[in-house]
Write a protein of this length. Structure first.
Ligand code: NAI
Length: 271
């Protein structure tokens, strides 16, 4: 059911790769809620083609941009305000990739060039997007910027590798830029810390299936789905959350506040 929460709002949605992507679900819901927006992804993701289907469904234009390239991001913001006919009300950063994780490198044997790429793609890109928006003065007053993160930024999940460090940087950037953008244009900046979710990025993490089940059995509400995550993102883009900023908001069915659950105890007792 749609509530018209984003009627008249304009935005940019990054990171929709296929129909499992969290950003894909956000785009469909943003459209349902009355927003107009552009879609963006790395040029290589364009070649896979699926984003074109989404663009048609959402009546949105696609602007390719490698999130590590300031030039691409400048072009993304200039073109988006042009196409959409004015400044933006929301931006979604839904971008993450670690070559070390993808290639199965242990945390004690990192390739440092790849480590830099992990940080650049998954964290600095968030700063680059916000700095570009800030310099171009591309956001409307009381706009909202959201990035997606994972709890490995606070607690250790050994299989999450250098993405844990990238997510810590991402969350720190949200706080630091949130202050600056709040003072400048009353724009709010938050991260959503989502449950394990079966997407391309999620299932690239070693042992994902087992960990997914563990989290599901630990959280009293179970794991939050990509669809539910999209609902939460929409509330943060809406005017109902205008005073929420610089926060890392857990969207995980209660996992982050649970020590151990009876369901997990029962599994251990079986052994
Ligand atoms: P996904 O694989 O569908 O999305 C990741 C996106 O990042 C893809 O669209 C990919 O093309 C894009 N990307 C990678 N390198 C890029 C670059 N250089 N420039 C521009 N875009 C680039 O997976 P998902 O799960 O939807 O990921 C979205 C966000 O959610 C990521 O930040 C991820 O870390 C985060 N997240 C995912 C969780 C999960 O279990 N799936 C849990 C918590 C957070």
């Amino acid at each position: 059911m749609a509530y018209g929460l984003l009627n008249g709002k304009r935005g940019i949605i990054s990171g929709a790769l296929d129909e499992n992507s969290i950003a894909w679900k956000v785009a469909l819901k943003a459209k349902e809620e009355g927003a107009i927006f552009t879609l963006t992804n790395a040029p290589i993701a364009m070649r896979m083609g699926a984003i074109k289907e989404l663009a048609e469904q959402c009546n949105a234009e696609i602007i390719p941009a490698d999130a590590t390239s300031v030039e691409d991001i400048e072009n993304l913001f200039t073109k988006s305000t042009d196409i959409l006919g004015g400044k933006l009300d929301f931006v979604l950063h839904s971008i993450g990739m670690s070559p070390n994780v993808r290639k199965g490198k242990a945390y004690t044997d990192l390739n440092y060039d790849w480590f830099k790429q992990s940080i650049d793609i998954s964290a600095l890109s968030f700063h680059k997007m916000m700095q570009t928006a800030y310099k171009q003065d591309a956001m409307n007053e009381w706009g909202s910027i959201v990035a997606l993160t994972y709890m490995a930024a606070q607690r250790t999940f050994p299989f999450y590798g250098d993405m844990a460090d990238a997510k810590s940087v991402l969350e720190s950037i949200a706080r630091s830029f949130g202050y600056q953008y709040g003072k400048y244009r009353n724009v709010r900046v938050n991260t959503i810390s989502q449950s394990p979710t079966p997407t391309k990025a999620g299932s690239g993490i070693g042992g994902f299936d087992k960990f997914f089940d563990f989290a599901d059995k630990t959280a009293p509400l179970g794991n939050a789905t990509a669809d539910q995550c999209a609902d939460y993102v929409i509330t943060l883009f809406s005017d109902l959350t205008r005073m929420v900023t610089m926060q890392n908001l857990f969207h995980d069915g209660g996992f982050s506040m649970t020590g151990i659950s009876e369901d997990v105890m029962a599994l251990i007792n079986k052994e």
